[in-house]
Write a protein that binds this ligand. Structure first.
Ligand SMILES: NC(=O)c1ccc[n+]([C@@H]2O[C@H](COP(=O)([O-])OP(=O)(O)OC[C@H]3O[C@@H](n4cnc5c(N)ncnc54)[C@H](O)[C@@H]3O)[C@@H](O)[C@H]2O)c1
Length: 254
């Protein structure tokens, strides 16, 4: 997928990784970049800052009608969509005490958001002969780590969504899953004590653009995420014991 000349939609595009992606897509010569976000005001000001190639659409990715309306609006103005980045996510969470409301929010935004987008944009892309669909998942969806119970579980499911789409709709649709470790965005503050220093948004965006342009499925901005996945595949019990030890050390130093 070539970014230059593309019509692109980014959900959660008003902040953090999504905003960084929108900015970079425009620098690379995308024709149109739609900043879609629950926060309509932030989406408007992001689009205004990004310039003429950007526009804003208010959208709640957890509401299928809202996602359908976003896609219809973009098709009505731009004519087609080359790349859809299902990036919007929520990090709010807890442990065993996470309420049903929190589980529901994680599920609806982090999992059903990409599902609704795929349901309504992939048939359009297939009717044109191709396109690209990207899910911003997380390394928490590969190896869990110390993030909250509901967040880590929902991100495993988000990777499941991307994998299913790649297997059932690739290679016509180039599917990627971006799996960063901790990133320096407003969401990072919700994760509390962590095991590492955050990555910069610019580093995540550079890695994501490389992966999307190369048509790669798994995008891990830091090699450690892939190394941990490999360790898990080689020795699942050993991986869990090692991870549990690291998380226990982290908690005892809090
Ligand atoms: N920050 C991290 O450490 C980190 C690490 C790995 C993965 N991620 C993932 O990256 C993605 C982007 O997160 P970020 O760190 O840039 O966070 P962020 O909080 O800076 O941005 C998230 C954006 O999503 C929007 N949003 C939230 N709910 C929405 C909804 N229902 N509909 C539409 N928009 C909605 C917010 O308004 C916000 O603009 C998320 O999917 C997140 O899970 C983040």
């Amino acid at each position: 997928m070539k970014i230059e000349g593309g019509n692109i939609v980014v959900t959660g595009g008003a902040s953090g990784i999504g905003l960084g992606l929108c900015r970079r897509f425009i620098e690379l010569g995308a024709d149109q970049v739609v900043v879609a976000d629950l926060n309509a005001e932030a989406a408007q000001s992001a689009a205004a800052e990004l310039g003429d190639a950007a526009s804003a659409v208010a959208c709640d990715v957890s509401d299928e009608a809202s996602v359908q309306s976003l896609i219809a609006t973009v098709l009505g103005t731009a004519g087609h969509i080359d790349l859809f980045v299902a990036n919007a996510g929520v990090g709010t969470g807890a442990g065993l005490d996470a309420s049903d409301d929190l589980w529901d929010l994680s599920w609806r935004v982090n999992v059903m958001g990409p599902v609704y987008a795929a349901r309504h944009v992939i048939p359009h892309m297939e009717s044109r002969g191709g396109g690209a669909f990207v899910v911003t998942a997380s390394s928490a969806g590969l190896t869990t780590g110390p993030t909250s119970f509901n967040y880590a579980t929902s991100k495993h499911a988000a990777i499941g969504v991307a994998e299913w789409l790649a297997i059932n709709h690739g290679p016509t649709i180039a599917v990627s899953a971006i799996c960063p470790t901790l990133v320096d965005t407003p969401m990072a503050s919700e994760f509390g004590t962590v095991l590492k220093q955050p990555l910069s948004v610019d580093d995540v965006v550079a890695s994501a653009v490389d992966g999307i342009e190369a048509g790669r499925f798994l995008i891990t901005p830091e090699p450690v995420a892939l190394e941990m996945l490999q360790a898990k595949a080689q020795d699942y019990d050993g991986f869990l014991a090692n991870m549990a030890q690291r998380v226990a050390q982290m908690r005892s130093s809090e």
